[in-house]
Design a protein around this ligand. Structure first.
Ligand code: AVI
Length: 338
């Protein structure tokens, strides 16, 4: 038997391959891109929403970031998941479904999938991501490896994905939000997100949250400004994306990547610094934007939390932490909450 990619499927599964993969677009990003870029670049302080990093090129660069020696986040979180997945699943109800917010290439979820499938005969995995480019290859790989897995790929915002789960599933759910993506939310967005999630989840559901912990700013600085310049390319790719998709004429050589630690707000900020006075046209928006020498476009915030701060945020939004899993150096934490 072969799957739709033509590769041999795992042996011994009961489900037909065509029943095992469904792809649903809940929201298309293209209209949002034009609207959001106009709003963000015409504001007095220039910014671009970090969700637009993740086109196909941005996903490839992000995967390279995850392998960088300086970017400890992926390695440490993966090690915690690998060691603790069985324990995490033990703390969840039986006959579980798994949903992942911002699933990206779905590499880390395999440990949760394996732990689930050691306890139940079949598993439905809902992969929710705004970037269509993010999902396909990783999901196909999971299907090849796990014959008892069914995948529903949901392209849309987290809110769209959670609404879909509420209206289409009745089993107990484990909702995973890994990779410290929570750190990319502002304080206000985090509050809205936790409120929305609390409303969507029932008492039997579980929430698994991956959080990068506050640490030496030098370690954080290196993680976001690596020696090979991959993070710089990743940051600049957002301008390249506007050139590709909105007919803009950003000169990528006229902007430089900058990552700085904002102590007061406990976050790394990524910016693109204009290296000269310049005027950039965004053809599809009929817009021209002037940048002064030294002016920056703020592209991303990566908040870092202390354990007590995140615990109090979770508790303040009605979540009870069942267990927190950290590494020996306390670099990263996975919270399991109900
Ligand atoms: C996806 N997100 C959690 C990454 C982070 O660390 O905040 C994005 C990233 N930005 C630069 N490097 C990685």
């Amino acid at each position: 038997m072969t799957d739709r990619t033509g590769s041999p499927a795992a042996e011994g599964h009961a489900m037909a391959d065509k029943e095992r993969y469904t792809s649903i677009t809940l929201r298309s990003m293209q209209d949002d891109l034009a609207r959001d870029v106009r709003q963000a670049l015409t504001a007095p302080v220039r910014s671009l929403p970090c969700k637009y990093f993740y086109d196909a090129e941005g996903m490839t660069l992000f995967e390279q970031i995850c392998d960088l020696p300086e970017y400890y986040l992926t390695r440490v979180e993966t090690a915690i998941l690998k060691n603790q997945a069985d324990r995490i699943i033990e703390l969840c109800p039986r006959e579980l479904i798994l949903a992942e917010l911002g699933s990206g290439s779905s590499t880390k979820s395999r440990y949760l999938i394996e732990a689930c499938l050691a306890r139940q005969s079949e598993l439905a995995y809902y992969a929710i991501d705004i970037s269509p480019a993010a999902l396909e290859d990783g999901l196909r790989q999971l299907l090849r490896e796990y014959g008892q897995l069914r995948i529903v790929r949901l392209s849309g915002e987290f809110a769209d994905g959670l609404n879909y789960l509420t209206t289409h599933t009745s089993e107990p759910r484990l909702v995973a939000f890994l990779g410290s993506t929570v750190g990319n939310l502002t304080e206000e967005e985090l509050g809205q997100f936790l409120t929305m999630l609390r409303q969507a989840l029932r008492p039997s559901d579980r929430f698994l949250l991956g959080v990068d912990l506050l640490k030496d700013p030098a370690v954080l600085g290196a993680a976001y400004d690596d020696s090979q310049g991959i993070t710089a390319k990743f940051n600049l790719n957002i301008l390249a994306r506007l050139n590709r998709e909105l007919s803009a004429d950003f000169d990528l050589g006229a902007f430089r990547h900058r990552a700085l630690f904002n102590h007061e707000r406990s976050r790394i900020e990524m910016h693109l610094v204009s290296l000269r006075d310049q005027r950039v046209k965004i053809g599809d928006l009929g817009l021209a934007v002037e940048f002064r020498h030294g002016e920056t476009i703020h592209t991303e915030n990566c908040h870092k939390y202390s354990l007590p701060r995140m615990e109090s945020l979770l508790a303040g939004h009605g979540f009870q932490v069942l267990h927190s899993f950290t590494d020996p150096q306390r670099q990263f934490c996975l919270y399991l909450a109900s």
